[in-house]
Ligand binder design. Structure first.
Ligand code: GTP
Ligand code: MG
Length: 368
């Protein structure tokens, strides 16, 4: 159970409150009768009195959405989610543009392609979802929230520039997220391109190329000349196949916010990567403290979609507020959303207050 007061603990154990307070004092905890003590402390006290403590399921947190475990038989194959990472200007966006142009069907809706930083492309009958990371902040934010959004990282390194600070950062991110890395050695068309030097540098950072006996696939490409793209995509699919990525599409949707902004005309707009279940127009959703009903969804080509299955990125309209990138999005019951959102706002308020009102020993001494 959660924390309880000294009185409650005494009652539970059938002991006098004074006995408990004495014991707490002995443990160095000064407590009064109605003071709350944490579970660990209560456990120590109880055990000291020879009372057996049974582990109780932690109380449900009203601000959390209960995680449901999907049975193995409900899981179905899903496309891989690939994050493009790398140093500034090494060609992440150019590479994505080329991948899209060679694969996205020629007739785009109204000729307008919305830049939403997340795209699903079709390649030889397979789907691949790409996330373009403008910076690593979103990636880090997602990981901090425990949302593993990426299955495979494609590290873009310019062949003429080599390994740079953000290249190393990206390697470390992928490592700590335990995500396999595939290297695209870009700008091969440039006169100064030196792929062997890049490989040497990468080897120094723990990525040993396959052809040198390691297990990192490194594909030379040129986004500008559109070379090596097929090779890159084939290798992505190869890595994905080994991973046997699956999710249950038949449950309430859960996903992660890739980016969000306030649009003057349309209100809060957020790009969500669906990870489990199917997100549908009309669903009630909550992301952080923002909530609402999905009014409309569009894919990366600006086409309206009614449903989004696992690994599909969609732009969602209908939230009350702009959620933060990396926030988890859940489809919930109609009547739940507002209550949960309000409790989350309250929790946020309390923790902010605690932050500003925390009294330190120094403060006390300074007053004396
Ligand atoms: P940020 O998003 O700012 O981190 O950059 P990025 O990694 O997305 O790089 P971007 O795709 O914007 O490309 C940066 C510059 O490199 C642009 O001027 C591109 O035209 C150029 N560039 C990208 N790929 C190639 C390539 O294969 N060959 C050559 N020669 N230039 C390239
Ligand atoms: Mg870019």
């Amino acid at each position: 159970d959660g924390p309880l007061t000294v009185k409650e603990l005494a009652d539970k154990m059938g002991r006098e409150v004074s006995e408990i307070i004495k014991k707490l004092m002995f443990l160095g905890v000064m407590a009064t009768i109605n003071q709350e003590i944490d579970v660990d402390t209560a456990t120590i006290v109880a055990e000291d009195f020879g009372v057996e403590v049974t582990e109780v399921e932690p109380a449900e947190d009203p601000t959390e959405i209960k995680e449901i475990e999907d049975a193995p038989e409900t899981l179905q194959p899903r496309p891989p989610v690939v994050t493009i990472m790398g140093h500034v200007d090494h060609g992440k966006t150019s590479l994505l543009d080329v991948i899209r142009q060679t694969n996205v069907t020629a007739h785009e809706a109204g000729g307008i392609t919305q830049h939403i930083g997340a795209y699903m492309v079709r390649y030889k009958g397979n789907k691949i979802t790409f996330l373009d990371t403008p910076g690593h902040e979103a990636f880090t934010a997602m990981r901090l929230r425990g949302a593993q959004s990426t299955d495979i990282a494609v590290l873009v390194v310019a062949a003429d520039d080599g390994v740079m600070p953000q290249t190393i950062e990206a390697i470390n991110h992928a490592k700590s997220a335990n995500v396999p890395v595939l290297v695209a050695i870009n700008k091969m068309d440039k006169p100064g391109a030196n792929p062997d030097h890049v490989k040497q540098q990468l080897a120094e950072h723990g990525l040993l190329p396959e052809e040198w006996g390691g297990d990192t696939i490194m594909v030379p490409v040129s986004a500008k000349k559109r070379q090596g793209i097929d090779d890159l995509l084939e290798n992505i699919l190869l890595v994905a196949e080994v991973m046997e990525l699956k999710a249950n599409p038949n449950r309430h949707a859960q996903g992660v916010v890739i980016e969000a902004k306030l649009d003057k005309g349309r209100g809060p707009v957020c790009t969500v990567l669906v990870q489990k279940g199917t997100l549908r127009v009309g669903d009630t959703i909550i992301a952080g403290t923002a909530f609402g009903k999905v009014r409309a969804m569009t894919n990366e080509r600006g086409e309206k979609v009614k449903a989004a299955r696992p690994s599909m990125p969609v732009e969602v309209l209908g939230l009350s507020d702009v959620p933060q990138a990396g926030e988890i999005m859940d489809a919930v019951d109609d009547n739940e959303a507002r209550t949960i959102a309000e409790k989350r706002i309250e929790k946020q308020r309390v923790s902010e207050m605690q932050k500003t009102h925390k009294v330190t020993l120094d403060d006390i001494f300074n007053q004396i």
